[in-house]
Design a protein around this ligand. Sequence first.
Ligand code: CA
Length: 233
Amino acid sequence: MTEAANHVLVIEDEPQLRRFLRTGFELEGHAVYEAASAGDGIKQAALRPIDLLVVDLGLPDMEGSAVVERVRTWSTVPIIVLSVTSNEETKVRLLELGADDYVVKPFGMAELLARAKAALRRRAQGASPQPVVHAGPLAIDLADRVVRRAGELVALTPKEYRLVQVLAQHLGKVVTHEHLLREIWGRAHSEDHHYLRILVRKVRQKVEEDATRPRLLVTELGVGYRLVDPQER
Ligand code: CA
């Protein structure tokens, strides 16, 4: 499959890691710009045509989260944060600031590229939203509000459908517990995590091959859930 080259800006202060990222993205046919500081990165993000921003959380002059916040004031470019922390609050905060995703160091290039591909595809589809979202054997028809698994209709309650719908609208992206609770039960229930756990279990029993080892509706521990297309991982 040939895809048009995307322009990736990497903001990372460690030269070795920058080189590693450049090589990985270039092998996929992307063009890479590099910045070693937040200040330079923000400047380049404003001046260059960028399709994807990869930013390290720990930068010498500014937190990576501040870069996310700043860039989001004018740009909707997909942002993936590289983080050494697997701290859940930090991840939730990054997503709330407008990051599309995060990978925790040390990460594999394949993992980052899969996340990048998903983010770029969401961006490309943003212009012309797809009425049917595919994730492995699942086809989520957002126009007709039905879900099929290998062609068979899956019987879902309205809340179960709402969960699948919200995740499908963010295919490949983590959706936080709070966001899902707000979307499904309303703002008053944004702390009722047990509602969500029960609902996720029910949906998994209907859509997963083995609900105890989910491959489609994946848990992001302490953060939220993600609907993934297993073929993309
Ligand atoms: Ca760093």
